[in-house]
Design a protein around this ligand. Structure first.
Ligand code: CA
Length: 223
């Protein structure tokens, strides 16, 4: 998934971004409220916003209120040192989906990110499936039948994007936006290379190219 992190504390921001990237997410990190507001209106396909409240430039609660006032339903996880009950109520009332008080455990943050992503996708069932292919974003594991698949974080993210929208054709730009953040260089054929590797692991017909449009899930070879 591609995530936006708005956090001014360099140590916390660094640690959170690193943990999220370790799970294979693309993370855009901005460190003040004004940059956060710009990022939120720039049109990147974020799956989730991690939002600190005490920010230079513009308060996080104001950013959140503006986001909801625009009708944007982006899932928001507030991460903040403001821990009074009234602060939490204000955050949730302003439209936050979840609330984590600093200092927090990074594993708990990652678990909450997964839970919010599942909820946003309208899935109670955490495992994604397509025929014999199963993908568990919580544990980052994948199987073809009973056989575990060894996927790189980007291969996993690409496959997850396709499985989340069965039947949809995703363009190169859509896949690149899901897989890479701002500062990450994208090779001109990066998506093709990941798809090539996935086909070797899943079968040549598993990902179908729709000429001039993009890629969609295809058929799995019989066991
Ligand atoms: Ca702060």
């Amino acid at each position: 998934m591609r995530l936006l992190l708005i956090e001014d504390d360099p140590m916390i921001g660094e640690a959170v971004a690193l943990a999220l990237r370790g799970e294979g997410h693309a993370v855009d990190w901005v460190q003040d409220g004004a940059a956060g507001a710009r990022a939120l209106t720039a049109g990147a396909p974020y799956a989730l916003l991690l939002l600190d409240l005490g920010l230079p430039g513009r308060d996080g609660l104001k950013l959140l209120a503006d986001l909801r006032a625009r009708g944007d339903r982006l899932p928001v996880l507030v991460i903040t040192a403001r821990d009074t009950v009234s602060d939490r109520i204000a955050g949730l009332d302003a439209g936050a989906d979840d609330y984590l008080v600093k200092p927090f455990d990074l594993d708990e943050l990652l678990a909450r990110v997964r839970a919010l992503a599942r909820r946003a996708a309208g899935r109670a069932e955490p495992v994604l499936a397509h025929g014999r292919l199963r993908l568990d974003p919580a544990t980052h594991s994948a199987w073809l039948g009973e056989r575990p698949l060894h996927l790189s974080p980007r291969e996993f993210a690409l496959l997850q994007a396709l499985l989340e929208k069965p039947g949809a054709v995703l363009s190169r730009a859509q896949l690149e936006e899901r897989l890479y953040g701002w500062n990450e260089p994208v090779g001109s054929n990066a998506v093709e290379v990941h798809i090539h590797h996935l086909r070797r692991k899943l079968g040549e017909r598993a990902i179908r190219n729709v000429r001039g449009v993009g890629w969609t899930l295809g058929e799995l070879d019989p066991p």
